[in-house]
Design a protein around this ligand. Sequence first.
Ligand code: CA
Length: 221
Amino acid sequence: MKILLVEDEVRIADEVIDALKGAGYVVDHVADGETAWFQGDTEEYDAVILDLGLPGLDGLSVLKRWRGNDRRFPILILSARGSWSERVEGIDAGADEYLPKPFHMEELLARLRAIIRRAAGQVTGVLQVGPLSLDPKQMRVTKDGQALNLSPQEYRLISYLMHHAGRVVTQIELTEHLYAQDFERDSNAIEVLVGRVRKKVGPDLIETRRGFGYVMKGDGE
Ligand code: CA
């Protein structure tokens, strides 16, 4: 899962980046509105954390431009305590969640998990696909109740495929969602990674569609 963090306060940004990485996410960070708008308009993200008070273009304008351009990733807005009217305007403009500053990191992570799972059509915190069960809070995947021993990259792959079970996910899409923007994109890397994950979850759960991509089999398939 790849997150875009838009935050101009260095101290907060550093703390959030550390927490996100610790929770298994890949993070791109930008610190002003214009760059944020461009980044969100051209890259693929699983969720965006958007500060409203930004230099240059303000967060609300960035949000409205994204939604106006049909960018649909879930958005959590951060705003100064007391600016409730800003938050109302943000939600009306298409934000999914908000958090007033200062906030507890645990709450930010919980709200982030919630908007990501809602975007995937999930209601409960633990995601179940066939014999696999994913607990994003614990960063844990189990198969038939047995915990799988996964590297961070393997975890990200399974997590992405489980959130999109039942549909074809292309290699390009996986590259976009599993690696930070500055990562050197090697077409082979995904194939190798899928191979490693198959060894851990068994050969049948992730199907290769030659020339298209991969499908994690949903229930009943
Ligand atoms: Ca700010």
